[in-house]
Unconditional design. Structure first.
Ligand SMILES: *Cc1c(COP(=O)(O)O)cnc(C)c1O
Length: 398
């Protein structure tokens, strides 16, 4: 910490952070205030889909901030209309509501499902979610999450969430009752360590929810906006959910999230939903810059190719060190370490100027910029290779 750095103690101590202060980012690289450079395979947790501080977002923010920051959420503005129309055009949904965080978008999805239940299903309000799932840190989204560490916290929980097992249709069926209104899931469980739902499970879930008249809600906050090689993950399974949430990548680094619904599910009345900053033009201008870039077929193709290259390089690395499987899709991948050494590897990588993430003690998660280059992927693999060699993980696994 240099003399000019203010004290760290003024911030609530909500997580263990390395004692570095980041001052600049460009593409796949970040710099701290000592001038040290880091290769970033976390990207704000799958947020900066165009990399750090891309010109497209910087320009959109500069132009919009000089023109209009916010008129009022009770008035229309051009960027939110343009972004809403672009999202509707590129997806299976008919209407959108903008908000500021993924958790807020999921709160909106939960409210929308409960409203749908009160209008159409005699007050049905229960939502089936999944063990290991993560939907955010508000009280309702923590209650919807199936994260073990959340269980003892902030009692009493918000009622009305029942947990099934991912890729186990019978476990979903067993929870359906007249009180059920929806099934909600991440198509790839991100925070739990990158555990994908199979396409077959997603297709069966769509058929099951249709059979029982339940809404199907996809939390694509981590998987959406090109992260898995298609614009939205649901396209892989060839199905259409009723409700979807986006966050993280859609803002490309600024706080923007989206609740999307089909005509059938979009049932809010005046007064049901709102928020001071919903659809503010500044964030929507950034979102529009992101969506324009990411939805180009050549951009998505390049991201899918980069994902395949990263996956095959990780598989080779795993074989060299006797580690476990590589799982995930596109540029949302995890490497099974077979041992609880994730945190130690992340700390060593940080020292060497490589930013990695370990969502679970025995896994590393990779979520680079969607425009990451092969050279940057190779640089990351070489760095990780050296750390694994030095720490002798292969010997411990054997
Ligand atoms: C990050 C995340 C959230 C929460 O988003 P915030 O913007 O942190 O509130 C919800 N669901 C999934 C799948 C996420 O990855």
């Amino acid at each position: 910490m240099t003399d000019a750095t203010p004290s760290f103690d003024a911030l609530m101590d909500i997580t263990a952070r390395p004692k570095a202060v980041f001052v600049r980012g460009k593409g796949s690289y970040l710099w701290d205030d000592s001038g040290k450079r880091y290769l970033d395979f976390v990207q704000g947790w799958a947020v900066n889909c165009l990399g750090h501080s891309p010109d497209a977002i910087a320009d959109a923010l500069a132009v919009q901030s000089a023109a209009l920051l916010t008129p009022s959420p009770a008035f229309y503005n051009a960027p939110s209309l343009k972004l809403a129309n672009a999202l509707v055009e590129k997806s299976c949904f008919d209407q959108v509501f903008f908000c500021n965080s993924g958790a807020e978008a999921n709160e909106g999805a939960i409210k929308l499902a409960r409203k749908y239940g009160s209008l159409n299903k005699g007050g049905a309000h229960e939502i089936i979610t999944f063990e290991g799932g993560f939907h955010g840190r508000t009280l309702a989204t923590m209650s919807a999450s199936g994260k073990k560490a959340f269980e003892p916290l902030f009692e009493p929980k918000v009622a009305g969430f029942r947990k099934a097992k991912l890729n186990d249709l019978d476990s979903v069926k067993a929870l359906i009752s007249p009180a059920t209104v929806a099934v909600m899931l991440e198509p790839v469980q991100g925070e739990a360590g990158v555990w994908p739902a199979t396409d077959q499970f997603l297709q069966e879930l769509r058929a099951l929810t249709r059979e029982y008249g339940l809404l199907l809600i996809f939390d694509e906050i981590q998987t959406g906006v090109g992260r898995t090689g298609k614009l939205f993950h649901y396209e892989h399974a060839g199905i259409e959910p009723d409700i979807m949430t986006l966050g993280k990548g859609i803002g490309g680094g600024v706080p923007l999230a989206v609740l999307m619904a089909t005509d059938k599910a979009s049932c809010f009345a005046h007064g049901d939903q709102g928020g001071t900053f919903n659809g503010n033009p500044l964030m929507c201008a950034a979102g529009l810059a992101v969506l324009n870039e990411v939805s180009k077929p050549e951009f998505l193709k390049a991201a899918a190719d980069a994902g395949q290259f990263l996956e095959s390089e990780l598989q080779k690395l795993s074989a060299r060190h006797g580690l476990g499987e590589v799982r995930g899709r596109g540029l949302l991948l995890a490497l099974d370490l077979k041992l609880p050494v994730g945190a130690s590897i992340v700390a060593q990588a940080f020292q060497q100027g490589l930013l990695l993430n370990s969502p679970q003690p025995d896994a590393l998660r990779f979520m680079p910029a969607l425009n990451v280059t092969r050279a940057e992927i190779s640089e990351m693999i070489d760095g990780l290779d050296a750390i694994l060699l030095k720490s002798g993980v292969a010997r411990q696994v054997a």
